[in-house]
Each structure stands twice: as C-alpha cells, then as structure tokens.
Design a binder for this molecule. Structure first.
Ligand SMILES: Cc1ncc(COP(=O)(O)O)c(C=O)c1O
Length: 370
C-alpha cells in the first residue's frame, strides 16, 4: 500500500526548531525565575496603548464571533497617514497586512516563485527565507556574509541569473544585527535587472541608529520592484498577536492578494496594532532601553575581552571560541535562555537592565568554569 509523503522538496527542508516555552524548560531543568533572551522580543512588553485598546475591545459586546475586516481598512488608513506625515505617499492598495511579516514573505514566495526559479539570500540570515523558497520547489542561492558579517551585496548581485525571481535582504540582518548602508545598497539596486523582486526585510528598522541606513521607501516611490516588510512584533511589542505589513507598488500587492487567506489578520491584532502605531512614548522607551542595554553589554564584552559584532538591532551576535551548544547548555542551567545560531555562534537578545546583568554574570561564570 502506498503511504502519503510530502513533496520531495518539502521533505528535504530542515524543520524550524522553536525555543521551548519558559515553563516547560524550567520544569525540565528544575530551575526557577529563568529569563528569555532568545527571540528578539521587546523586554518592556506590549505598548500600553495597545493593551488598553484590546481591553476596551474585549470588554464591550465585542465582535469576536464575526470575521475580521479582511482588508484591514483602519490599520491601512493609519499607516498611510503615518507615511504621508513623513512626506511619503502610500495608498491602501500598496499595503498588505500579514500574520506577522513572516506570513508576508511566504505569500511573496508563493506568488512569485516556483520550481526551477531561484532566490538569492545571505548566509547566515533569517532561516525562514530558505525554508519558504524550498517549500515551493525553487532553489535558494545562499551567499556567505562578508568578513564583517554583513550581506555581501556585490556577490549577491553577481549571483542573479535569468532564473532569479527574488532577492532577500534582511537589514538589519538576523542573526548578526549588522546593516548594509545607503551607498552600497544604492549600487546594488542599480545592478539588478527587471523582473526580480527585492524583499527588504526591515523587521528591526526602528532600532537602527546609524545615519547611513538606507531609506528604502525611496525605491518604492521610484516604482522599483521592492517589497518592504515591517512588523509590530519587535519595537511595538506585539509578537504574540502576529501582525506585520508590506509596502510595494499596487501590482505586486495585487499579485500577493490573489493567494492571501481572506482573513489572515485577526480583529484583536488589528485593534492593538492600530493603537500601538500611535504610542510614540512606548516606542521611544523601547528604543532607549535597547540603546542603554546595548551600551552596557558591549562595555562588559570589551572588559571581558569577548568578541561581539556591533549591532543595529535588539540582539547581539557573539562568535565564540567554544561550541555554541556548550555555552547554551551552561547558560540554560543558570536560567538564561539565549539562542545558539551556528556551531560556535550565539545570539542574545538585549533585555531589561536586570536581565542583561544576569546574562553577563552567567556568561562570566561559564567562561570561568571552562
Ligand atoms: C529578520 C526577521 N524577519 C522577519 C521576522 C518575522 O517576524 P514576524 O513574523 O513576527 O513579523 C523575524 C522574526 O524574528 C526576523 O528576525
């Protein structure tokens, strides 16, 4: 009897391994009060304005029995106003909402890639790109980062062939926290032929402090084939609700809307995101906490003589001299959850001051015990 099997190219995908929930880990290791610095979440929690809007929504008669507004009318209007106030004209049909920006990159892949096509991306970068591309039978062409851990945009442009339909640029990159700056990004865009969608993943753009960070909306305004992805999961603190958005010219968005599930973002997610967008105070506080945490951690690493990659995001990449697994296991036993992201590389999310101190103390102990 034949047994149902996934398609060969789906069976070949290495599955994403999510971190365990805190409670599960604490039970397994017999520890308490552990801290999670593993998923680049906002340590301050959600925007208070978003929480208030959600509470109000849920305390009324509510309409949870109704399907959400599949077009996300109010959230799109608010986004258009926000961009308009900064002098960038974005129309609602140039926006798409997603169940996190993760869903949007998946929709883009399913819309524009198929068997025989190629997508160029960096390695290491956000692991979901390769999985998504492989899931439709297309080939992921992975270009190693430069020696200073940034996307090698020259080699990435050189890797574009007539089969290439998509290029992913995570800026800042996950897991390294590095960015590609204006000039090199401009030259890269000039080299790309038509018919290639550049997916600009800007999940961490709010955190960037470097004045030479590229303003990618410019390429959208010029009518280039770009899809800019942003999210409410990071600086806005709404990772659990799953809401992100994409900006592209209307033809690109219309293509994606053909296969988007009609109700892909729920009402609570839309309500909270709308309120969060208005919460400048929470955003500013989040960026300040991150900036201070970054300074503290880098100072400590410098003092300890630990190598780290300067970051423009809310996490830090550490190329270690020992196996990442050993560091991870030792930190876990001390109740500190980080993310091993390579054989000798770990990534730690910048947390609250107390969390950062606990991480540093645990890390010092690990280094001393070796
Ligand atoms: C570079 C990058 N892109 C996209 C995402 C997905 O974020 P979300 O689906 O929560 O918007 C993440 C999440 O960690 C990320 O690191």
């Amino acid at each position: 009897m034949s047994v149902l099997q996934p398609r060969s190219y789906v069976a070949a995908i290495s599955p994403y391994v999510p971190g365990k929930p805190l409670s599960e880990l604490e039970r397994e290791l017999g520890i308490r009060d552990s801290i999670k610095l593993a998923s680049n979440e906002n340590p301050l929690g959600p925007s208070p304005k978003a929480l208030a809007a959600l509470k109000e929504y849920l305390s009324g008669t509510g309409d949870l029995h109704r399907y959400p507004d599949g077009g996300g009318y109010y959230l799109k209007q608010a986004l258009c106003e926000k961009f308009g106030s900064r002098g960038v004209k974005v129309a609602p049909d140039e926006l798409i909402l997603g169940n996190g920006s993760n869903e949007l990159l998946d929709i883009a892949v399913r819309t524009y890639l198929g068997p025989g096509d190629e997508a160029v991306m960096a390695r290491p970068s956000f692991v979901v790109y390769a999985m998504s591309v492989q899931s439709v039978g297309a080939a992921d062409v992975e270009i190693p980062l430069t020696a200073d851990h940034r996307h090698d945009l020259t080699k990435m442009a050189d890797a574009v062939t007539p089969k290439t339909k998509m290029v992913f640029v995570a800026n800042p990159n996950n897991p390294t926290g590095t960015i590609n700056r204006k000039d090199e990004f401009g030259s890269f865009m000039e080299k790309l032929p038509g018919g290639v969608l550049v997916v600009l993943d800007e999940a961490y753009y709010e955190y960037v402090e470097d004045p030479d960070y590229p303003d990618t909306l410019r390429y959208f305004t010029e009518g280039r084939e770009v899809l800019i992805l942003r999210t409410f999961s990071k600086a806005y603190g709404l990772a659990g609700l799953r809401v992100g958005y994409g900006i592209a010219k209307s033809g690109i968005i219309a293509g994606m809307n053909r296969i988007r599930a009609p109700f892909n973002t729920g009402t609570p997610a839309q309500v909270a995101a709308l309120a969060a967008l208005d919460d400048r105070e929470h955003l500013q506080r989040s960026l300040a906490v991150n900036g201070e945490g970054k300074q503290y951690l880098c100072r400590e690493f410098d003092t300890m003589g630990v190598r780290y990659v300067p970051t423009e995001a809310n996490f830090i990449y550490l190329p270690l001299e020992v196996e990442a697994k050993r560091a991870n296991d030792a930190l876990l036993r001390k109740g500190v959850i980080i993310r091993p992201v390579g054989p000798k590389e770990i990534r730690v999310t910048i947390g609250l001051p107390e969390e950062n101190r606990r991480f540093i103390n645990a890390f010092k102990q690990f280094l001393a015990e070796r």
